[in-house]
Design a protein around this ligand. Sequence first.
Ligand SMILES: CC(C)(COP(=O)(O)OP(=O)(O)OC[C@H]1O[C@@H](n2cnc3c(N)ncnc32)[C@H](O)[C@@H]1OP(=O)(O)O)[C@@H](O)C(=O)NCCC(=O)NCCS
Length: 194
Amino acid sequence: MLLCSIKSQQHRGVCLVFRDYVPELDLVAVCEGKMVGSIVYSKSKIDTSDGRTIDDVVTFGPLGVLPEYRNRGIAAKLVQESFRLAKDMGFRAVIIQGDPRLYGRLGFRCGEKYDLTNAEGQFSVCLMAYELYEGALKAAGGCFSESESFGYKEEALAEFDASFPAKEKGESAFQSEFGVLITLNYKKDPKYAV
Ligand SMILES: CC(C)(COP(=O)(O)OP(=O)(O)OC[C@H]1O[C@@H](n2cnc3c(N)ncnc32)[C@H](O)[C@@H]1OP(=O)(O)O)[C@@H](O)C(=O)NCCC(=O)NCCS
């Protein structure tokens, strides 16, 4: 398996619809000459509790691997290599709203550990962070916001999808469960603080 920086104009065209897209971190995994996985990044920010804006943080999504190539470490390799590049580029952390069942295994910690809340100011089960160097998120607590490109409109997505050959849409049990987890916000309880 090879990890490559993406050069396909078509893929790059797709990614350019993301505001705050970071092309240097856009990687694809290639097996037997076929693109089997990809990871795409955008810039994000933290509005800290003491009034600063931290903008050297990034978020990835989507991360995807073709079904027949899953469970052989391809997503983990895409994540690890992009983290190495992000660190070299001077970013301090990767912060995502993702599934803790998956991203806990890839080294992410609960956002509460770093006093990070979502844009509504609440702690969230799915808000997770990975420091690219030790202490990177010390004194960085505050509200995390993804790029506005994550707030896409369903009609715009449907129109965009229609520009590709039709495919049957499906949702796995894992994805349905994530739909529940992402709604779980909470207030900090000192008894259970991480
Ligand atoms: C999620 C996805 C990217 C994982 O890709 P993959 O190449 O199979 O993942 P890896 O083989 O690198 O696995 C990395 C780790 O995550 C774990 N993992 C993989 N899929 C998982 C899942 N659905 N639930 C929980 N853990 C999972 C693996 O067990 C492994 O952990 P381990 O090293 O402790 O055993 C892939 O299943 C996919 O494309 N799914 C559809 C899109 C999606 O849900 N993307 C994530 C949200 S954007």
